[in-house]
Each structure stands twice: as C-alpha cells, then as structure tokens.
Design a protein around this ligand. Structure first.
Ligand SMILES: [Zn+2]
Ligand SMILES: [Zn+2]
Length: 71
C-alpha cells in the first residue's frame, strides 16, 4: 500500500496557484479555503496585447471586441 501512496503523491495540482497536494480532498479543501468562488488573485492576461482582466468573462468580451474591430 505504501507503493501506491508514493505514486499518488503530489498528483493534484491547484490550477490557480500551482500548489501540489497528495490528496484530492486536500486540494479541494485548499481551493475552498484559498480560492473561494473561483476568484483567483492573479489577473488573467490577454494573449494578444497583454492587458490584464479580473475574470474570464472580461477577457472574453475584450477578445470579442478585438476581433470585431479587426474585421
Ligand atoms: Zn491554490
Ligand atoms: Zn488583447
């Protein structure tokens, strides 16, 4: 059983802060405590111009308006 635990070690990565956890429940707890309501501290950056946005929706709207302008 120890071997299995070794393999499962640090397999769960937080997509928000890249912290690693050995248990999925630990990651879930971490997300709940640190990243409530899917609001990461880091701003989301636009790939094309590097402008930062508070959330994905803002970025999507920015990208959409950008595409409209270029056409
Ligand atoms: Zn995190
Ligand atoms: Zn942009």
């Amino acid at each position: 059983m120890h071997i299995v635990e070794e393999h499962l070690k640090l397999r769960h990565e937080c997509s928000t802060c890249n912290q690693m956890f050995n248990l999925k429940s630990s990651l879930t707890n971490h997300v709940r405590n640190k990243h409530k309501r899917l609001r990461p501290r880091e701003n989301i950056l636009c790939d094309c111009c590097g402008k930062s946005f508070m959330n994905t929706l803002s970025l999507q709207r920015h990208v959409a308006s950008r595409v409209e302008r270029s056409f």
